[in-house]
Ligand binder design. Structure first.
Ligand code: TYD
Length: 209
């Protein structure tokens, strides 16, 4: 089973992925918890370039192809083998991030992005995508205090530094994607506390196991 998490900055994906891993393991499943960008060695290098505020003047299309390169390598090296071994793969961000951020956020053509995603993902489509839906104003406040606490404000702030309107477009993009594929997507309200969100997620995942 292939599960992806999506959402705006600060929507609580990391916390909820750890909770889901624990619940799946308690249910006897082997879990591969991973992320894009950065779930393999090449991806780690690309992640450093993509998220650093020191990367100035990166063209939108150059940015796109770095995310796609990360995806192609990560599918080949991590996702495909883990699924073949029978693990539940839980991935932090995947193809929908590209459509939401590079499409709805940056303004690149979303139909073209879907085609490029299909190439990069080599046909590996998630069985379930959990969209943690949150007002980006709330998410950015959460993300900024998290980065400050972790000391990563400078290294990981390239997207957090985008204007609120950008993140509002990303959220609307995610909602449009979810509406277009209601079977694959589950939209989870990420505003309540972590326990309530974890319960909502587990209800959805358990029903599909
Ligand atoms: P990450 O730390 O994974 O997200 P978060 O801040 O939610 O914890 O950062 C990844 C960033 O990369 C995030 O801002 C979204 C962006 N991104 C894209 O723009 N396109 C993509 O295809 C992917 C996978 C991520």
């Amino acid at each position: 089973m292939f599960v992806t998490f999506e959402g705006v900055e600060g929507s609580g994906k990391s916390t909820q992925m750890a909770r889901l891993r624990a619940a799946l393991e308690a249910a006897g499943r082997t879990v591969c918890l991973t992320r894009q960008p950065g779930g393999c060695a090449l991806g780690q290098t690309l992640r450093g370039i993509l998220l650093s505020q020191k990367t100035a003047g990166l063209d939108d299309r150059a940015e796109l192809f770095l995310y796609l390169a990360d995806r192609a390598q990560h599918v080949a090296e991590v996702i495909r083998p883990a699924l073949a071994a029978g693990a539940v793969v839980v991935c932090d961000r995947y193809t929908d991030s590209t459509v939401a951020y590079q499409g709805y956020g940056r303004g690149l053509d979303t139909t073209l992005l879907q085609t490029l995603n299909a190439v990069a993902a080599a046909g590996f489509v998630p069985d379930l995508t959990l969209l943690l839906d949150l007002d980006p104003a709330v998410g950015l406040t959460r993300a900024t205090s998290r980065n400050a606490a972790a000391g990563t404000a400078e290294a990981e702030g390239r997207f957090e530094a985008e204007r609120l309107e950008f993140h509002e477009r990303v959220r609307q993009g995610y909602r449009a994607l979810a509406a277009a594929e209601p079977t694959r997507f589950a939209v989870i309200d990420a505003a309540p506390g972590p326990d309530a969100v974890a319960e909502a997620i587990w209800r959805v995942v358990a029903a599909r196991l």
